[in-house]
Ligand binder design. Structure first.
Ligand code: AGP
Length: 606
């Protein structure tokens, strides 16, 4: 996905746009650009590379001087990262920035070519810019409405018209967009952190609402040009929450924020020692009726769903089907009335997860969203929503979001198990009480950072690693593997420890380290047998286990011992060393920890 911003007011527009874009680089960072009204003409500066490259370019070309303009930071979808494919796109009359995908851009482009338009870039966005120009009749609102009637797909658009140098237009469909409201200045942005420095007040823009901003006013219209009155939101985040707070990387900060994030997520949902989901509308009566539960998400969020599967099935004895959203939405899933679909998403904007949610709803399931971003598209689409209170997660690699997701799903598991009479109130209280102590255990586990650094030093030159475990340890190992891959670029694979001998063990040599997770008491002996199997084939073994595990010398080359809680809750603890190992490996390899290559924080395209 990409980040879009816009400003109109009395400040130096270029400075504001660059600052705002710097808060959105997590959304995409392979190119950046701005378009600013300068002496009533639209001046565009854009380049491949990071925001810093754009600033350097403007130092050479001259910084646009104006008080109204738009900006963009890109994660390429159509057309490679390049100067010409960078946003903004347009011509002397119109300039636009775009986050999303225009799915019918080819037919529109063919039509415009026949109408005599030329195209410089490979992007779908340029098509929208030229279509705006084609329909432009001197009235921006009419022009935009005509274009919206033709384009299909997802978009958050920032638009400026040369004839109106004092205003910005914006509109969205499926991609996020907010309008920041300041004193004699107004903003558009893909996400709240971009405007926090200037204002906490903002409007959440709904589908196909067209925004007109000048320094003095914000007007919002529907596609029939009716003015829409909206409720102003106020961001509660403090600016530090979106800054690094003294840590070298956002990822390390967010790993250390986990105790607080889990506490802020769980505590408000516990009343008199029992789970309390009343804010969501998920009643005990509803929970009793569900035949099966689907948990659908992407990436780390899906891994959190996997952990919840083991927990819910173990204590609530109800089938849980976990699916990758991009698979679920195309496999004609057997979901319908009487089922509950839970979608998990940190950003609340992941296109595949949003599509899976809509499909589940369409097929008759009740839908429940677990998201971290208030007012996000997924939150607004679901029948019921529970917000995790992790605060903004900036690093592309998800850490605290994972912890709060599994913590919230634990609470859900206890609630549904109690609702279905599978555990007594006393047992439920005990589980809840132990969950409430998890933040302290995570805090204690963070002390293992030194041994994780040492472990990283031993792993950093590996070409490939295996992560192995059984049961909940296997579910957790998937997350450990993803963390390592995405930020250190070392290939790794999570494997069910018991399955290794059916083929994959042929890969194991002394060049392939193995990270084994063994926290589930009933499975530890079997996992240790599997560890011995890979050890016998030369693997360097890192064992993540409880502090009281009695293990003979030589079984593992490195042992990371964890404080012990009820084994069902151990993933909340054992995630920490896996996150830290990945983090330190990435740092040692000199990778860009917070903005790994090829990735973006939230994938709002298919
Ligand atoms: C996790 O480290 C990745 N950044 C990625 O897998 C992410 O979890 C996935 O894209 C889902 O994002 P969401 O939680 O915002 O929906």
């Amino acid at each position: 996905m990409c980040g879009i911003v816009g400003y109109v007011g009395k400040k130096d527009c270029t400075d504001v746009l660059i600052d705002a874009l710097s808060k959105l680089e997590y959304r995409g960072y392979d190119s950046a650009g701005i378009a600013v009204f300068e002496k009533n003409a639209i001046k565009v500066e854009k380049t491949k590379g990071r925001l810093k490259d754009l600033v350097d370019k403007m130092a050479e070309d001259g910084k646009p001087a104006g008080h109204c303009g738009i900006g963009h930071t890109r994660w390429a979808t159509h057309g490679e990262p390049s100067d010409i494919n960078s946003h903004p796109h347009g011509n002397k009359r119109i300039s636009i920035v775009h986050n999303g995908i225009i799915e019918n851009y080819k037919e529109i482009k063919d039509f415009l070519i026949k109408e005599g338009y030329g195209f410089e870039s490979e992007t779908d966005t340029e098509t929208v810019a030229k279509l705006l120009d084609y329909y432009y009749d001197g009235n921006p609102l009419d022009t935009i409405i005509k274009v919206l009637a033709e384009i299909e797909g997802s978009y958050a658009l920032g638009i400026i018209f040369r004839d109106f140098p004092d205003r910005i237009y914006a509109v969205r469909k499926d991609s996020p967009l907010i309008v920041g409201v300041g004193e004699q200045e107004n903003f558009i942005a893909s996400d709240v952190p971009a405007i926090l420095k200037y204002t906490r007040d903002y409007y959440l823009i709904e589908q196909d609402e067209i925004c007109e901003l000048t320094a003095e006013h914000v007007r919002i219209y529907d596609t029939r040009k009716n003015v829409i009155e909206k409720e102003l939101q106020t961001a509660t985040w403090d600016i530090d929450a979106a800054e690094k707070g003294g840590y070298e990387h956002f990822m390390l900060k967010e790993i250390h924020e986990q105790p607080k994030a889990v506490k802020m997520t769980v505590s408000p949902r516990v009343k008199n020692g029992m789970p309390d989901f009343s804010e969501t509308g998920l009643t005990v009566e509803k929970l009793k009726q569900y035949h099966q539960i689907f948990v659908v998400a992407c990436g780390t969020a899906m891994h959190a769903g996997l952990v919840s599967k083991y927990v819910i099935e173990k204590i609530a004895r109800i089938p849980v089907i976990v699916d990758i959203a991009s698979e679920f939405r195309y496999r004609e899933p057997l979901i319908g009335e009487g089922d509950l679909l839970i979608v998990i998403s940190q950003s609340g904007e992941t296109a595949d997860t949003l599509a899976a949610l809509k499909l589940g709803k369409q097929l008759g399931a009740d839908t429940f969203a677990l998201v971290n971003v208030v007012g996000s598209s997924i939150a607004r689409e679901a029948d019921m929503v529970l917000y995790t209170n992790a605060g903004p997660e900036i690093s592309v690699a998800s850490t605290k979001a994972y912890s709060v997701q599994i913590a919230a799903m634990y609470l859900f598991a206890f609630e549904v198990a109690y609702a279905k009479g599978k555990i007594t109130e006393e047992e439920c209280r005990k589980y809840v009480s132990e969950l409430m102590e998890i933040p302290d255990y995570i805090e204690k586990t963070l002390e293992c950072k030194t041994i994780c650094q040492q472990t990283a030093a031993k792993l950093m030159n590996a070409d490939s690693l295996l992560y192995i475990g059984r049961g909940l340890d296997y579910a957790l190992s998937m997350e450990g593997s993803l963390k390592l891959k995405e930020i250190s670029y070392i290939h790794s694979e999570s494997y069910a420890a018991g399955e290794l001998k059916h083929g994959t063990i042929s890969l194991v040599t002394k060049q392939m380290p193995v990270i084994a997770v063994a926290t589930q008491k009933g499975l530890i002996e079997k996992t240790i047998s599997n560890i011995k199997e890979v050890k016998a084939r030369g693997a360097m073994v890192v064992l993540v286990c409880g502090e009281t595990l009695d293990i003979e010398d030589g079984v593992a080359d490195c042992i990371i011992r964890l404080p012990e809680v009820d084994e069902i809750l151990m993933p909340a603890i054992a995630a920490v060393p896996l996150q830290l190992i990945a983090y330190y490996t990435s740092v040692l390899k000199g990778c860009d920890v917070d903005k790994p290559r090829n990735l973006a924080k939230s994938v709002t395209v298919e």
